[in-house]
Write a protein that binds this ligand. Structure first.
Ligand code: FPP
Length: 187
């Protein structure tokens, strides 16, 4: 029996929380709470099997359209998760990066994100949290940064290649995921 190497990078689009809760007659927020708990187990498991990067799509730019109650519930879970992760960081040897426009998050949550990013010198797994993340939003942000570098004389427009552009994305320095999981079962 050959032992396969684990993927270097696994990404999870955390959907299906609402449906999971509905099937059990629970409020949607209970589904999000269960999702956050599952994610904690997954992150620890990934460390055990040697996965280096774990990305979770936790909040999209579209998710602000959910009810104020649901958004508040998700933000509360994120805060709790990060507070606990900060306490256990040395033990868990997990470091954090955040992909998305954090400026729309509460100042409190922004500070937790910054603190979590700071304390990550020596780690086994890098968890990338996509928060207020949208693919188009990321492209626009990258294009703005590239345009600024052109204006500053650092690059010429014709310098832009796929490779150079990827250096302006949130995911710079992270290999592409080999496996993308949608827990809802949607493709
Ligand atoms: C989508 O599932 C999930 C969300 C919009 C929020 C997920 C975020 C958290 C649980 C916060 C904490 C996160 C982590 C990783 C610690 P959905 O409710 O749209 O499910 P549905 O498609 O069944 O409605």
């Amino acid at each position: 029996e050959t032992k396969m190497a684990p993927p270097q990078h696994i990404a999870i689009i955390m959907d299906g929380n609402g449906r999971w809760a509905k099937q059990r007659g629970l409020p949607r927020t209970a589904g999000h709470a269960a999702g956050a708990e599952s994610f904690r187990r997954i992150a620890n498991y990934c460390r055990e099997i040697g996965v280096k990067y774990l990305t979770v799509y936790a909040f999209s730019t579209e998710n602000w359209k959910r009810s104020a109650d649901e958004v508040a519930g998700i933000m509360r879970l994120l805060r709790k998760y990060l507070e606990e992760a900060l306490m256990d960081m040395e033990k868990n040897r997990v470091c954090f990066r955040f992909f998305g426009d954090l400026s729309k998050l509460s100042p409190e949550l922004q500070k937790l994100c910054r603190d979590a990013e700071k304390r990550s010198e020596d780690y086994d797994v890098q968890v990338n949290f996509c928060l207020n993340y949208g693919g188009r939003d990321e492209i626009a942000a990258a294009a703005r940064s590239f345009a600024a570098d052109v204006a500053a004389g650092i690059h010429k427009p014709e310098d832009l290649t796929e490779e150079l552009f990827s250096g302006y994305l949130y995911s710079k320095n992270v290999p592409d995921p080999e496996l993308i999981i949608r827990p809802s079962g949607e493709k």
